[in-house]
Design a protein around this ligand. Structure first.
Ligand SMILES: [Fe+2]
Length: 137
């Protein structure tokens, strides 16, 4: 089974919990991708997608708490990206559950692109802020 995303050191924010959760999100996306490659049945696929969505929501809540606690100046902008993905994921999950749009590699490809963009954009910027904060305290 080929991984859709391999963990890479450029993803490190150096915040332990955030990094662990990012690794778990990658693991869950790779599991969904593996299930698709093995032509898993639609129930398995929905369960995998749901597990990824649920964990991602938990992760967003953690990150938003960290941002609020540390006085991150771009919290609203960052949160808006989370909300966009949450809405998109709910839509994908719903249309796969009701059979409107069966899960296929388009879905994992979209999630992959979003994850990479977000990890290397907003999350990296947050990581740099947190590192500066911890050095100056
Ligand atoms: Fe984030």
């Amino acid at each position: 089974m080929s991984a859709l995303i391999e963990w890479n050191s450029v993803f490190y924010t150096e915040h332990q919990v955030i990094d662990q959760q990012h690794q778990q999100m990658i693991g869950l996306l790779n599991a969904l991708h593996g299930c698709l490659e093995n032509t898993g049945n639609s129930r398995d696929l929905s369960e995998q997608l749901e597990a990824l969505c649920n964990f991602t929501m938990e992760h967003f809540a953690t990150e938003e708490q960290v941002m609020a606690k540390m006085g991150y100046p771009h919290l609203e902008r960052h949160k808006a990206q989370h909300e966009l993905l949450a809405a998109k994921a709910r839509e994908l999950n719903q249309s796969s559950l009701n059979g409107q749009q069966p899960l296929c590699c388009d879905v994992t490809e979209q999630l992959r692109e979003w994850m990479l963009d977000h990890f290397l954009g907003e999350d990296r910027e947050l990581g740099l802020f947190l590192q500066q904060k911890s050095r100056s305290s």
